[in-house]
Structures are given as C-alpha cells and as structure tokens.
Design a protein around this ligand. Structure first.
Ligand code: NAD
Length: 489
C-alpha cells in the first residue's frame, strides 16, 4: 500500500494534558486548496469521550476553586501566545479551511479579542449583595456548571472554538471541545498553547469525531452543558437531544442574511461592502450577505457590485470552498436559479485555479431577478453567491427579509436615519447592520441570531454567555441571631 507523507502530524485527542494515541477509526483531512490529504483525524468512540469527561471531572474541583482573578491570568498569557504565533495559526487555518491568509489572520485576531474579553470577566461577574432585612443579607454569585462541551463547525477552525473556550474556562468550567472533523488541525495547536499558558491538565480536552461523538456528548451524564455551532439541521438535533437529557444547550444554526439596499445608499461604499460581505471567506460565513433586496431602481449600484465582484479572483483574493460536495452544491443552486428565470450577471461556476487544479473553487457570482419563491432565495447556499431580489419599497423589502426561516443578520444601506431606524426596529434578526455588510458585534456585545439561526436562551459570546456558562447561587445569611426577627428573617 502506498504511504502518503502528511503535511501535518495526525490529529489526536487531547485528554488530561496529553495527546492520546489514536484508535482504529480515522478519516482523512483534505486541504480544499488543492484536494490533498494533509492529515488524519480520529473518529472517537464513546469510551474515548468517557475518558475525557473523567479527566475534566477530576480537574474541575481544583480549577473551579481558584478565584477568577487568578484563573484569567492563564488567558492573559494565552493572549500573548496567540499574538506570538499569529502567522503560524493563520497558516493552519488557511491550509485546512481554504480561506485566504488575510482572512485567516483576521480570524485569529478575533480569537485574541475573544480572549481579551475573558480577561475582563472578573470585572463583569461580581455578584450582588443586599441587606434584605435588619441583619439579614442575601447575596448572589455566579458558579461554574462543571464539565461542558463545545461543538464546532468547519468555517472558523480557530475563532469559533474561541467563542466558547476562554469564557467557559475562565468562569471555572472544564471543557471538552469537539472540532469539526473537516478542520481539526487548528485545535491541537490551541491545546498546546493553552498548556504553555499554564492551564492545568484536564481543564481543556479535545475529542475528535463526527456525528457519533456529537450524539454521545448530548447523551453523556457527566456533561452539564453543550454549546453547538453549525447548520440548522444539526442544531435542532443537538438542541433536542441535549435538552431532552436535561442539559443546558445553546445551538447556533445556519443563516440567510438579507441586505436591503435603498436608492439613497452611498453607491461606492455599498458596492464594496455588499461584495465583501457575500464573497469574504468564500461566502462561508454565517454572517455573509446572501440575499440583497434591491429597493426601487438601483441598477447603477448593481453595476458597481458586478464590477467589484469581477475584481475578486479565486486563488488570489478569494479562497476555496470547503469540499467538492460544497462546490457542487453551490453550483447547483446557481444553475437551478438560472433555469427558474433568474439572470446571472457574474458567473463563478467552473473555475479552476492554475497550479491548484484539484482545489474546490467557486468564483464570485451575482444573480439578479431572483424571486422569493426560488430555492436560492430561501435556502442557505454557503458560497460566494449574491441573489438579488427586487422590491418596490421598504415595506416589501422588510417583508421579504422577515419571511426567512432564519434570523442571524440583516442590514440596510441608506443615508436616511429614518429608514435605518425602521429596519433596526422591524427586521426579524438578532444582529442588524446599518451600512455594515457583516454586522458581527464586537466584544463585549454578544453574538447570536434569532428564529432558526439559534436555539436556546443565551447568546454564545459576550456578557450574555456568562448566564450560559454559570448558575446562580443565592445565599441568605443572618448576622445577628440574637436580634429581633421580622417576617423576612
Ligand atoms: P454541520 O452542522 O454540518 O457540522 C457542525 C458540527 O456538527 C460538526 O462538528 C459535525 O461533526 C457535527 N455534525 C454534523 N452532522 C451531524 C449530525 N447529523 N449529528 C450530529 N452531529 C453532526 O455544519 P458545518 O457544515 O460544519 O458548518 C457550516 C454551518 O454552520 C452553516 O450552516 C453555517 O451557517 C453554520 N454556522 C453558524 C454560525 C452561527 O453563528 N449561527 C457560525 C458558524 C457557522
């Protein structure tokens, strides 16, 4: 049998501070840049998960007993390690996910910001205390949950794990991370850097695998809470399964984000923002502009969007999509829209990148006269494709936006404060942009959509995540047992 020399060592599970020798089942990790196998990833068993949960349970009493001001010191050190290894981490992301190096670097920069936020947690979680009756005090404290799990998608191999790792761990929990089996290489390096920053063994663990291990996480009695980021189909499965096992769960799903462009929008700024939003990370962002609702006659802006799109070249300033299947799915959506009567203004199908002919590339695509009933208008395409839907006025545009099952992001491009305010009020989405193509809230504001883009109560980052990763302990103390009592004491 031919032996292939892998670019990266095989990915391993990480338990109790050690990389564990792999079992029998594994799958290849393929770089979408050129279709080459760059590593292998273990498909773990229930027993592997059990070992990781035991390690996390063992670490929990001592980690949670450390005051939070001391716990976050690990993350101060970790932040400097992320900065120091920025280019190396970005290169890993580029290689396994296929995005451009600049996009990969931006992803690691966001991980740094998320880590900075975790360092501020001591300032945010100080509890409350009140003398509720003479000599009687009530106080509330945030306490960690125990062992928690974080399940990640393929599109941000570095950043999405950082949505949960720093906050959950700084708040005193011990974690099992289940990276996407399509992009598992980055997580092994994250584990090494956390160890180097001084995180005690067992506080952070990685169990690799696919569907089977996700289901095992949802079922495991030793895991208190599950966070999930991925498609809506799987978010629903995970949310139902984890909560039916009485776990806390927040499950972020897919998206279909609408950008409403008004006739008074600034033409150049709108064109460059819309194009960057639909094509950045090859459209594989849950915050990507996927549908543009063109209000009235904005043909000159659409022309500028097409001009901008033509400047985006696969293999240069546009990365690959994640797999052959993803490329085929995206191109199928384009072809079906064309057959249904939409007009392709810029066509990204059948692109090859010289030197990387086996990579999975789709060029930027702009499609006009899409109608709301077409699949491309309703479903998540997850590629560098902009579907333009025409609307006669703002009311119709908002109605189109609000008819989506999803509700991650919605944006409006206008120079009118009144119009912007209406969209802010009426759009049914968790994250709104005004003249912003990718309205990701920066820390300390939290990230999370509405409708079928998120299941569960809290957001996954920012202040909102404190409620997710902790439970409240309420204590009532009488300091003057001899004193006069009243009804509250
Ligand atoms: P996915 O749902 O296929 O996979 C996500 C995770 O679930 C992976 O770790 C995978 O191993 C696991 N999984 C896959 N199928 C499963 C099944 N049947 N049962 C149990 N587990 C299963 O998602 P993906 O393709 O990796 O990522 C892309 C999706 O993630 C897009 O829909 C995108 O919008 C979404 N996403 C959403 C957000 C958000 O904030 N809402 C952020 C990033 C990505």
């Amino acid at each position: 049998m031919e032996t292939i020399s892998l670019k990266y060592p095989e990915v391993k599970n990480y338990v109790a501070g050690r990389f564990i020798p792999n079992g029998k089942k594994s799958m290849d990790v393929i770089s979408p840049i050129n279709g080459k196998i760059i590593s292998t990833v273990p498909l773990s068993s229930h027993d592997d998960l059990d070992e990781a949960v035991k390690a996390a349970q063992k670490a929990f009493p001592s980690w949670s007993a450390i005051p939070i001001k001391e716990r976050v010191q690990v993350f101060y050190r970790y932040k400097t390690l992320l900065e120091k290894h920025m280019m190396e981490l970005a290169e890993l992301v580029r290689e396994e996910n296929g995005k451009t190096l600049d996009e990969a670097k931006a992803e690691v920069e966001k991980s740094i910001e998320l880590t900075e936020f975790a360092c501020s947690l001591p300032q945010l979680i100080s509890g409350e205390l009140l003398e509720v009756s003479k000599g009687v005090e009530c106080r509330v404290e945030h306490k960690p949950l125990g062992v928690v799990a974080s399940i990640a998608p393929f599109n941000f191999p570095n950043m999405v794990p950082h949505w949960t790792i720093p906050n959950a761990i700084a708040l005193g929990n011990c974690m099992i991370l289940k990276p996407s089996e399509q992009v598992p290489v980055s997580s092994n390096r994250i584990a090494e850097l956390l160890k180097e920053a001084g995180l005690p063994d067992g506080v952070f663990n990685i169990v690799n695998g696919d569907r089977e291990i996700v289901e095992a996480i949802c079922d495991h009695p030793g895991i208190e809470a599950v966070s999930f980021v991925g498609s809506t189909k799987v978010a629903k499965i995970v949310y139902k399964r984890a909560t039916s096992n009485l776990k806390r769960c927040v499950a972020l799903g897919g998206a279909k984000n609408h950008l409403i462009v008004m006739p008074d929008a600034h033409p150049d700024m709108t064109a460059s923002n819309v194009t960057a939003s639909m094509s950045g990370c090859a459209g594989q962002r849950c915050m990507a502009a996927s549908a543009m609702v063109a209000v009235g006659n904005i043909d000159s802006i659409i022309q500028k969007i097409c001009d901008e799109a033509k400047k985006i070249v696969p293999g240069k300033n546009l990365g690959s999509v994640i797999s052959k299947e993803a490329k085929e799915r995206i191109e199928r959506y384009i072809t079906e829209a064309e057959k249904a009567g939409a007009k392709i203004l810029v066509d990204g199908r059948n692109r090859k990148v010289e030197g990387n002919e086996n990579g999975f590339y789709v060029g930027p695509t702009v499609i006009d006269f899409v109608t709301p009933d077409m699949a491309i208008a309703k479903e998540e395409v997850f590629g560098p494709v902009l579907a333009i839907i025409r609307a006669k006025d703002l009311d119709e545009a908002i109605a189109i936006e609000n008819s989506s099952d999803y509700g991650n992001a919605a944006s409006v491009f206008t120079q009118s404060g009144g119009i912007a305010r209406q969209v802010m009020e009426r759009a049914s989405a968790g994250m709104i942009g005004v003249n912003v193509g990718v309205p990701v809230p920066r820390e300390p504001f939290s990230f999370g959509g509405w409708n079928e883009s998120k299941f569960g109560v809290c957001d996954i980052t920012g202040k909102s995540s404190i409620e997710f990763w902790t439970k409240l302990k309420k204590t009532t103390v009488k300091w003057n047992p001899e004193g006069k009592t009243n009804w509250m004491s």
